[in-house]
Design a protein around this ligand. Structure first.
Ligand SMILES: NC(=O)c1ccc[n+]([C@@H]2O[C@H](COP(=O)([O-])OP(=O)(O)OC[C@H]3O[C@@H](n4cnc5c(N)ncnc54)[C@H](O)[C@@H]3O)[C@@H](O)[C@H]2O)c1
Length: 325
């Protein structure tokens, strides 16, 4: 039986930019399982070859080492593609180190991918964006109609990417959809200090180092399992009549950073390690309370309870820490 989100028979060939990254590699895996031919494009700036290693024998997968800011180099790899999932980005943490590069990758890189998609007559463009485009929330739950006033370089450059997507949709009728992710977690997430909080806590616990909380730990996050995010990508890819729309991709779970820290320590039975509290990080957003009504209306069901997704992530982390850390 073909699953609810499956792209089997819908598309033949998909391109995934950032295919060697955390979310991109799960997407590649799932598209291959659906029977598609997949082209992964990545420059391995944060992505890892090991993220696709288990798929290397798969003949329907083509792994390309290429930078999306190099239009001439990247464009030919979209030939014959039906759908593009644009996951490649310069991350939140990187943008503070090199904001100019952040702009180049998230704005110019997105523009390049859109141009290449148009040149090659790609049918659908699914664009990974972020909840950071909203900036400080003016109301809760924050829905897609909320004004976009990003307060970080990352949010600004990702918003520029969104605006280019909308321009291509408007100018050329491109079938393009924007997904705004929030606190995605799961196996293969970066566990170094530039990674996600779940894996940073997990890594420190495995290494018997106290968990560090910036602020008092009351920050609320809407953690969303990577498998659910993959399903959203596939759902919008197979849905027509939604071009130009943005969708919040948040599970709706409300977990504080202190609750997360406690759960990580409890999972490894390492409560004795404890938690250290440091000053608040500048610009840290205290509460994320996100409406996911629009994506649910499309038929999305978030199936992974936070405690189960966390357990799977922490089990993966303990097993693979030598390989990834
Ligand atoms: N993880 C989250 O919680 C989260 C939240 C909001 C938005 N997002 C968005 O989701 C997408 C995927 O993020 P992720 O968490 O998997 O991050 P990631 O860093 O694991 O993946 C990004 C990938 O893009 C690649 N890349 C970066 N610059 C590139 C370039 N110039 N050319 C080619 N490849 C390049 C990296 O090597 C990496 O493999 C991004 O667009 C990000 O903005 C993620």
């Amino acid at each position: 039986m073909v699953g609810k989100y499956s792209l089997r028979g819908v598309y033949k060939r998909a391109v995934v930019t950032g295919g060697a990254g955390f979310i991109g590699s799960h997407l590649v895996e799932s598209l291959l399982a659906d029977g598609l031919e997949v082209v992964s494009i990545d420059n391995y700036s944060t992505g890892k070859r090991s993220n696709l290693e288990h798929l290397s024998a798969e003949r329907r997968l083509r792994i390309v080492d290429c930078d999306i800011t190099d239009k001439a180099a990247v464009s030919p790899h979209l030939a014959g593609a039906d759908v593009v999932f644009h996951e490649a980005c310069s991350k939140m943490t990187m943008c503070l180190i090199d904001p100019a590069r952040d702009l180049e990758v998230n704005a110019q890189g997105t523009f390049n991918m859109l141009e290449a998609a148009r040149e090659h007559g790609v049918n659908k463009f699914v664009h990974a964006s972020t909840g950071s485009v909203y900036g400080v929330a003016q109301y809760y739950p924050t829905d897609e109609a909320h004004p976009v006033n990003p307060t970080s370089y990352y949010g600004v450059s990702k918003l520029a990417g969104e605006k280019y997507v909308r321009a291509f949709q408007h100018l050329y009728g491109m079938d393009a959809v924007i997904l705004r992710y929030f606190h995605v977690y799961g196996p293969r997430q970066e566990m170094g200090d530039l990674g996600g909080v779940t894996c940073i806590f997990g890594r420190r616990a495995v290494k018997n180092e106290p968990l560090i909380i910036f602020g008092d730990g009351s920050q609320v996050r809407s953690f969303t399992y990577v498998g659910d995010v993959v399903n959203i990508n596939k759902l919008v890819a197979r849905t027509s009549g939604i071009s130009g729309q943005a969708f919040n991709c948040a599970s709706g779970s409300r977990v504080t950073i202190k609750e997360l820290a406690d759960a990580v320590l409890a999972h490894y039975k390492k409560q004795h390690i404890g938690i250290e509290y440091r000053d608040w990080k500048i610009g840290d957003i205290k509460v994320f309370d996100v409406s996911n009504a629009r994506i649910k209306e499309l038929g999305m069901e978030f199936t992974m309870p936070f405690k189960d997704g966390l357990a799977m992530t922490l089990d993966w982390l303990a097993k693979d820490i030598g390989k990834y850390a």
